[in-house]
Write a protein that binds this ligand. Structure first.
Ligand code: SAH
Ligand code: SF4
Length: 381
């Protein structure tokens, strides 16, 4: 089969789309029409873009395409969560998960293939193969989820795919430019049109980029805190050695747009006997004092070779109660999609699974050795 060398329009910003069309002598209003077909209607076939003249449709189809990443597999959980293993043009894979609620749902998207960070409780952090996803590959995850549920054209009112969380594979703030470009496409009011208020970006604490997230995108911020002291966070979330808790919380205090109506979410994975004591909870309260904060307690989701266990239900309840009594919302997240390994922190591409998760890869010593060589803010793609 011949390789398709046509330019994929998915992932181009509006300005770039205008420029692409200018190169073939088309005026800017054509870009507006195309944008509507691609992102409002979900159309992939130029022939069906009936507001364009016939000759133009044919011309466009010769030069451009409106692509989708390949779905290597799709699994639906007993609880109706759905997970796609998405394969990109170069054969690399990442995972996307949809978590349905009563009348809406959140799409959990990946920002990288794997992750260069090595949080010791996270399956993605054990994946060796890492590269940034480009904007088209990030938007592509949304497009194929919409295809899967047939949610085209973009509904004006209630939607199944109503929210986005950047909580899949990868650290979004280590791939900020591509993530920002993708989210701007997704937020565009004439296309997919998901409001910034319905988008949450989760970071393990890449402090220098946090402000850009608020300034340039205005989305909700979630921070993977997971430990109340630097000594423990250095182990659980090794990027803490570079950006310790005090710096992280200072960035949160300065986060543009955070207020009591739009609180910063602190994610906290519940690890038995590691970070789940009442003293830990008290220390957390002290740390976030004065911040518009809420907590999200995530029961640890096990994966093969993991060295942690989930806290007991009693320990989690007591922990949550202490935070509640101090005035903070702290729901214990019900794990979704555990049966299809789609829950938080379980994502790892199937090709990596096939390569084998030998137990020695998960020893703390080896992981911390890797951390010292791989915790770098820039990643070559
Ligand atoms: N890299 C980003 C976003 C992806 S992870 C970040 O770390 O914030 C999304 C959330 O799942 C993070 O809070 C992460 O710490 C948490 N997580 C990772 N592994 C987990 C596991 N095994 N069980 C429960 N939560 C986990
Ligand atoms: Fe990367 Fe987030 Fe997993 Fe840490 S928790 S290894 S930052 S994906």
């Amino acid at each position: 089969m011949m390789a398709d060398d046509r330019t994929d329009l998915i992932g181009l910003s509006r300005d770039e789309l205008v420029r692409e069309l200018a190169t073939i002598g088309e005026r800017p209003f054509r870009a507006k029409q195309l944008w509507h077909w691609i992102y409002h209607r979900g159309e992939t076939d130029f022939e069906r873009m009936t507001t364009l003249t016939k000759p133009l449709r044919t011309r466009l189809a010769g030069i451009f395409r409106v692509g989708r990443p390949e779905v290597a597999s799709e699994q639906t959980s007993a609880d109706r969560s759905r997970k796609w293993l998405v394969r990109f043009a170069d054969g690399n894979e990442a995972e996307t998960v949809f978590i349905p609620e009563e009348d809406r749902g959140a799409l959990c998207m990946s920002s990288q293939v794997g992750c260069t960070l090595t949080c010791t409780f996270c399956h993605t952090g054990t994946q060796r193969l890492v590269r940034n996803l480009d904007a088209g590959e990030i938007v592509g995850q949304m497009m194929l989820a919409r295809d899967s549920y047939g949610e085209w054209p973009s509904p004006a009112g209630e939607r199944l795919l109503s929210n986005i969380v950047m909580m899949g594979m990868g650290e979004p703030l280590l791939n900020f430019d591509n993530v920002a470009k993708a989210l701007r496409i997704i937020m565009d009011g004439e296309g997919i049109a998901i409001s910034k208020r319905r988008i949450t970006l989760s970071t393990s604490g890449v402090v220098p980029v946090i402000a850009r997230c608020g300034d340039e995108l205005g989305v909700n911020l979630a921070v993977s805190l997971h430990a109340p002291t630097d000594a423990l966070r250095d182990v659980l979330v090794p990027i803490n050695r570079k950006y310790p808790i005090a710096e992280l919380l200072a960035a949160c205090r300065a986060y543009p747009g955070a207020n009591n109506a739009r609180r910063i979410t602190f994610e906290y994975v519940m690890l038995k006997g590691v970070n789940d004591s009442l003293a830990d909870a008290r220390e957390l309260v002290r740390l976030v004092r004065g911040l518009p904060a809420k907590f999200n307690l995530i029961p640890f989701n096990p994966w093969p070779g993991a060295i942690y266990q989930c806290s007991t239900p009693g320990a989690m309840k007591r922990f949550a109660a202490l935070l509640n009594d101090a005035g903070y919302s702290a729901p214990i997240r019900v794990p979704r999609g555990r049966d299809i390994m789609a829950a938080c922190g379980q994502l790892k591409s199937a090709s990596e699974h096939r390569r084998g998760s030998r137990a020695k890869d998960h020893q703390p010593l080896q992981r911390s050795q890797r951390a010292t060589t791989s915790v770098e803010p820039s990643i070559t793609s």
